[in-house]
Design a protein around this ligand. Structure first.
Ligand code: PMP
Length: 468
């Protein structure tokens, strides 16, 4: 092996090669005699291997094993399969049977992208912007992102400090992979977006979950953050506004969290600030963690177009951060996806050229929906809920109803069972809080029609009232 990690194979002498070949073939020849098949042809060898494999699979089936355990990268066994997938799969099969399910599971806005964005998409195609762009993204888009960040967030970046990718999720993944090593700790406040701990585990690092409570509006206590920092802490992931709580940390709290990271015992910690919901806010203003004086060079600012402009299917997001990290992420991205869609990138430029107020009417509609949901939840006895200040999720605590019995005699033990019951009997799909590290809760996404919200919340109230 070389220092670059590549392996070089030296050329052996002819005698050595013949000897190796003889030693390799001898056992096959002997075993072929016992199975009365004559093996000298690589194709036959392959077939034999396949026969053995199918035999193994049949045996595995008989023993109740899937046979896949040893087949996949062991890393996968550390990654949890989302509980949401089960609810989602059930919802889909119910819909396929013709049952009408009201789903409040979705994590995307229910409004279309601005007309100018759609127009720019079509124009990009017509003008032939259909080729690979630079790995880090279209230069004009990166410039537009820099301008936008400076204008709205007060943080200055050079174009070399921006990488555009296929959605914010890819940028989170690359940033974690670029910086975190096995043995590193990554602080993740709970309730969390389910991908964070799984991405951290995929990098071989250890998620350290820092609980927040509904009674404090799911806001992070700076002293709790300070105490969670150890010499092994590599990164702190901060999702503001938060999916799934809708909490928005007020600017002075963002400053206080930033001050903790500037303390001597935390100077080695990187902050990944996921600000993808920063345009969907109601009463509390949003401050970027990168705007905390003296912190910018340790912040990895994640943002994108999915939530702000309802462009989820365009798959467009970005990371702003110090050039060495951007370079590391560029290396990763160059070997994973090459670049984001050239067409989506042109649409992204058009989105950033729109006045900042463009999405205000859509945000106002979201606020009304939030208020509608909050007032409906307020009518349900023993459901506790903090008022979300951003994004489009509510995370009510429904744990008072756990261990109660349904009219059919089933004991509802947790949020997952409650969501499954609600789906089967009341045709309402919600996500259990276990997925977000908040097992006493269920997540409601109110990015849907008011009519559906009313139906779903009435049924939720009926369902909970039926439990005794
Ligand atoms: N971060 C958070 C907190 C999210 O909720 C999501 C989307 N659900 C993402 C990142 C990823 O967004 P994108 O569509 O840009 O990959």
């Amino acid at each position: 092996a070389s220092r670059s990690g590549r392996r070089f194979i030296s050329t052996p002498s002819l005698t050595k090669m013949l000897l190796r070949w003889f030693l390799a073939v001898l056992p096959l020849f002997l075993s072929s005699l016992s199975t009365h098949s004559f093996v000298h042809n690589p194709k036959v060898l392959m077939k034999r291997g396949m026969r053995n494999l199918s035999g193994d699979l049949a045996a595995a089936r008989d023993s109740g094993s899937t046979g896949n355990e040893g087949m996949l990268n062991p890393l996968l066994s550390t990654v949890e399969v989302s509980k949401t997938i089960e609810i989602h799969a059930m919802t889909k099969s119910m819909e396929a049977r013709g049952e009408a399910v009201v789903s409040l599971c979705v994590g995307e806005p229910d409004f279309p992208p601005p007309a100018e964005v759609v127009e720019a998409t079509v124009q990009a195609l017509r003008e032939g912007h259909t080729r690979y762009t630079a790995v880090t993204g279209d230069a004009a888009l990166r410039q537009a992102i820099c301008k936008d960040l400076e204008k709205r967030k007060g943080v200055r970046y050079a174009a070399e400090e921006i990488i555009v990718g296929n959605g914010a999720k890819q940028e989170v993944y690359q940033a974690v992979l670029a910086l975190c090593r096995p043995g590193d700790e990554v602080i993740i406040p709970a309730p969390y977006w389910p991908s964070y701990p799984e991405i951290v585990k995929l990098a071989g690092a250890t998620p350290i979950i820092l609980e927040t409570t509904a009674s404090s509006g799911f806001l992070l206590d700076p002293e709790a953050l300070s105490q969670a920092v150890t010499p092994q802490t590599r990164m702190f992931i901060f999702c503001n506004p938060s999916n799934p709580t809708g909490a928005v940390h007020p600017p002075e709290l963002v400053d206080a969290l930033g001050d903790v990271l500037k303390r001597r015992h935390a100077k080695h910690v990187w902050a990944l600030s996921d600000e993808i919901y920063e345009r969907i806010i109601y009463d509390t203003p949003h401050k970027s963690l990168a705007a905390v004086p003296g912190l910018r060079d340790r912040v990895l600012l994640i943002n994108g177009f999915s939530k702000a402009y309802a462009m989820t299917g365009y798959r467009l997001g970005y990371l702003a951060g110090p050039s060495p990290v951007i370079k590391g992420c560029t290396t990763l991205q160059s070997q994973i996806t090459s670049c984001a869609s050239s067409i989506a990138q042109k649409a992204g430029i058009a989105a950033l050229q729109l006045p900042a107020t463009t999405m205000a009417p859509s945000v106002e509609i979201m606020r009304k929906k939030r208020d509608r949901v909050m007032s409906a939840l307020g009518q349900i006895p023993r459901v506790a809920c903090s008022v979300p200040q951003g994004a489009f999720y509510v995370l009510p605590d429904v744990s008072w109803y756990y261990h109660k019995k349904t009219p059919e005699g089933q004991i509802i033990r947790d949020g997952h069972e409650l969501c499954m019951y609600l789906l089967k009997e009341y045709k309402v799909a919600l996500v259990p809080g276990e997925s977000f590290g908040a097992p006493t809760t269920i997540r409601i996404s109110y990015a849907t029609s008011e009519a559906d919200l009313d139906i779903a919340l009435t049924r939720l109230a009926e369902c909970l009232a039926s439990l005794t």
